[in-house]
Design a binder for this molecule. Structure first.
Ligand code: NAP
Length: 450
């Protein structure tokens, strides 16, 4: 650790005033979790499940770039593993260096991102240390979280709904200098206030998954669920699923949660989700072979949903496993219902029976992360204690590869946190009374993980 980083960490832990934090010298080299362009072929020919992020992720120093006028340097106290960390670290579906190259061609500032290394990470909680000359709303000393919608606000297509911008990117996945580092470079319009009642690691895990689920469930850009509707949530204790369940419950809807173990079913019940399907115990086999699906299995799932859901089909399906489930999802949504999808973890070449979609007037809708306003509203729900972090396990930055492997292998519940500058768990809370009041909900996933 450099003396500059040590001084930054000490000043934050001692609650140094803003002017002191803003005057601290920044190091030339910063520790971060990164993959290397020279290694992007290392897993060639291997099956996805055999690709091990522990061999591709390096935690080492990288040179800190010059700050653009609309950016800030954030001292990252904690970050999180997202599934995009897994994609980056196993170079699937393609290496991320192509994204960095394209960004590099866009502008002088974009060129900083085109490097032979990629510092990963699309979440962060920490303290602003420096702001560029065009930053108005944030200053050194602000305690913040960071969302990952990275866009060019001079592009006309970035206005209205910024997720429709032609060159919209995900920070730390399609851009460099992400959150899995001691210092991160972020655009000012990625910054949001840190929830005062949460620790650094609890605050760091929400932005990406929480905002995605907000858009999918609550926003008019997603399914805009209304009171009394029911939602089938795949992976209901996973990164995005556990936030989706919270939004369905908060909005007066009924989640039907799908998980793959008894222990996860219990966790769902503790969250207040009463209708639970254990997909492993049920033994669904939607694909008979690599090329043929089994509609009888879709019907079996539909029957189970009706049993749990007062005889009704679901209004909305929260879909992300992709190839393995989408055929079933299209089948089980009610007549006129919506299947909203943001991913394809099990494969992106999808097959479903279109007759069930058009004859029953269903909608299949794509959804991706969230615009600033949606991320802000989702963050506000966390700040107000209406949505809770789903942190189940915490790793150190040095263990990023191991943490990514746990997510890759579907071994972790909810979210996995990573300590960067925070020397231990439990720090960063500035509203202990609110924390005390909400402690059982805040720590539910952590307690469950044991
Ligand atoms: P996660 O924490 O690994 O959770 C996903 C859950 O899905 C798993 O816990 C698993 O739950 C379930 N699942 C996995 N494979 C399945 C399959 N073949 N069939 C049925 N269920 C399966 O991941 P996440 O953070 O929730 O992310 C899920 C996907 O969404 C990833 O592909 C990620 O890249 C994507 N994503 C996209 C966006 C976006 O903005 N577009 C944002 C966030 C995430 P059970 O085993 O318990 O059923």
């Amino acid at each position: 650790m450099t003396t500059e980083i040590d001084a930054i960490r000490t000043a934050i832990l001692q609650g140094a005033p803003a002017d002191e934090l803003g005057a601290l010298p920044l190091p030339a080299g910063v520790r971060g979790a990164l993959v290397k362009a020279s290694e992007q072929e290392m897993f060639a020919g291997m099956a996805s499940e055999d690709k091990d992020p522990r061999t591709s992720v390096h935690v080492e120093d990288f040179p800190l770039p010059e700050l653009a006028p609309d950016e800030a340097v954030v001292a990252v106290m904690a970050s999180s593993i997202n599934f995009n960390t897994v994609w980056t670290s196993i170079f699937e579906p393609l290496p991320t260096f192509g994204f960095l190259k394209r960004l590099g061609k866009e502008s002088v500032w974009g060129a900083r991102h085109d490097q032979p290394f990629h510092v990963m990470g699309s979440d962060a909680a920490g303290v602003v240390l420096r702001v560029g000359s065009a930053v108005r709303s944030w200053k050194p000393g602000d305690t913040v979280t960071v969302h990952c919608n990275y866009l060019d606000d001079q592009d006309p297509t970035a206005h209205d709904d910024s997720m429709l911008a032609t060159n919209q990117r995900i920070w730390g996945f399609e851009s460099n200098y992400g959150g899995l580092a001691d210092l991160a470079i972020v655009k000012a319009n990625q910054i949001m206030p840190k929830p005062a009642h949460l620790t650094w690691e609890e605050a760091a895990v929400n932005a990406l998954c929480n905002s995605t689920s907000y858009r999918m469930i609550v926003s008019p850009n997603g399914s805009q669920m209304t009171q009394g509707q029911s939602v089938l949530v795949w992976g209901a204790t996973g990164g995005i699923g556990a936030y989706a369940c919270q939004y369905v419950l908060n909005g007066g809807g009924t989640p039907v949660g799908v998980v793959s173990s008894e222990s996860r079913a219990t966790l769902l019940n503790e969250m207040g989700v009463e209708s639970v399907i254990d997909r492993r115990a049920e033994g669904y086999k939607f694909w008979r072979s690599d090329t043929e699906q089994d509609p009888a299995e879709w019907r079996r799932l539909g029957k189970k949903i009706r049993e749990l859901n007062g005889g009704r089909d679901v209004d909305i399906v929260f879909e992300h496993p992709g190839r393995s489930t989408l055929g079933a999802s299209v089948f089980v949504a009610k007549r006129g219902g919506m299947i909203i999808t943001c991913a394809a973890t099990s494969g992106f070449m999808i097959e479903y029976d279109n007759r069930y979609l058009w004859m029953n007037l269903k909608t299949l809708k794509g959804c991706h992360f969230a615009n600033y306003r949606e991320a802000w509203e989702a963050n506000r729900a966390v700040c107000e204690g209406k949505v809770h972090p789903t942190l189940s396990k915490v790793y150190s930055l040095d263990q990023t590869g191991e943490a990514a492997l746990a997510v890759h292998r579907n071994e972790a519940e909810g979210k996995v946190g990573v300590l960067c500058l925070a020397p231990e768990e439990g720090l960063g809370v500035t509203d202990p009374e609110m924390r005390e009041r909400l402690l059982p909900q805040i720590t539910l996933f952590r307690r469950h993980a044991g």
